[in-house]
Write a protein that binds this ligand. Structure first.
Ligand SMILES: NC(=O)c1ccc[n+]([C@@H]2O[C@H](COP(=O)([O-])OP(=O)(O)OC[C@H]3O[C@@H](n4cnc5c(N)ncnc54)[C@H](OP(=O)(O)O)[C@@H]3O)[C@@H](O)[C@H]2O)c1
Length: 295
């Protein structure tokens, strides 16, 4: 069985590739230099905005499933580059969705807890999304494209992803945090943002499962601990053996020049716990798993 992973140099993709390569023939597509020393993986270089190139790639590989992680994932960059954000996050998803439908391929799309406005919290799959920033708007548009293309497609809404990069560089706040704490730099974390963080290893495993099983529709992939980001920073610092005063409390919605953030974007993971073999872990369990993971 062949699995195609878009955004293969990204943070989430690294975990998927490391865990899928024993059981799937893994193909990764990225527009930047591929990681060295990954002999069991077929890497393809392509800007996904190149629709003809993408069509040819699908024809060449003929994957059984696609996990689409590639995105403009920086909320503040999307807010000031709206045309490109829409082209990348919704436009590329539309092309991939069409190709998957034409070739009968299951598509697992990586969406986000940020699709919610953060007023209610504990969001379930039946709650209506409501964007508070442009990144969320592009993801909501993409979700609708994926869901209307085929009932076997999956919209996986990812909570805040916590962990160390497994392959490649990865956009990891934990790696950044360890680096800064090691240099004695204090780190601000927003206390207003309540999340249900998921570790990157659990997430990779859950996405692989969804690529290979019969589930279709929306599913929330979130951890089992609901916590604000400041308290999360404190818990991680404590686990790593650093004093509490290295973590500072901020309010992300009080900072100028930034896109608005959802306050309580916590997600209910009951469906994932019922549907998947991959267990949804607490923050402490997830941290332990990612710090000790060997691929
Ligand atoms: N990380 C989180 O906390 C989080 C939370 C919720 C949802 N998500 C979603 O989960 C997915 C994965 O997130 P991540 O943290 O792994 O993001 P990431 O590390 O930023 O990876 C995204 C990848 O997409 C690639 N990409 C962007 N535009 C492309 C294009 N035109 N052609 C080819 N590749 C392109 C980037 O390639 P380059 O390296 O070449 O730029 C990058 O490697 C995203 O869809 C994100 O929205 C993430």
């Amino acid at each position: 069985m062949k699995l195609l992973i878009t955004g293969s140099n990204g943070f989430v993709a690294g975990s998927i590739i490391a865990q899928a390569k024993g059981t799937w023939e893994v193909h990764g597509v990225s527009r930047s230099e591929n990681p060295p020393n990954e002999p069991a993986v077929y890497y393809h270089l392509l800007d996904l905005l190149d629709t003809e190139g993408l069509t040819n790639l699908f024809g060449e590989i003929r994957p059984d499933a696609v996990i689409h992680t590639a995105a403009m994932a920086n909320i503040d960059v999307c807010q000031v580059n709206q045309e490109m954000a829409e082209r990348v996050n919704a436009g590329i998803t539309s092309t991939i969705s069409r190709l998957c439908s034409e070739l009968g391929i299951k598509l697992v799309f990586c969406s986000t807890d940020t699709v919610f406005d953060g007023i209610k919290g504990d969001y379930t799959e039946t709650d209506a999304p409501q964007a508070v920033n442009f990144y969320a708007e592009t993801k909501i548009n993409a979700e609708q494209i994926v869901l209307s293309a085929s009932s076997k497609n999956v919209v996986a809404r990812l909570a805040l992803v916590m962990g160390l990069p497994v392959i490649g560089r990865g956009n990891s706040f934990l790696a950044d945090m360890i680096n800064k704490l090691g240099k004695g730099v204090q780190i601000p974390f927003p206390a207003n943002e309540i999340r249900t963080p998921v570790d990157v290893i659990t997430l990779g495993s859950a996405l692989i499962e969804l690529a290979g099983n019969t589930f279709g529709g929306i599913i929330h992939l979130s951890g089992s601990t609901k916590i604000n980001r400041y308290e999360m920073g404190l818990e991680i610092a404590k686990t790593l053996g650093y004093p509490e005063d290295m973590i500072l409390s901020t309010n992300s919605n009080a900072m100028s020049g930034r896109a608005p953030r959802a306050n309580d974007a916590s997600m209910d993971n009951s469906l994932a716990r019922k549907t998947l073999k991959t267990p949804m872990l607490t923050l402490a369990e997830g941290l332990d798993l990612t710090l000790n993971f060997k691929s």
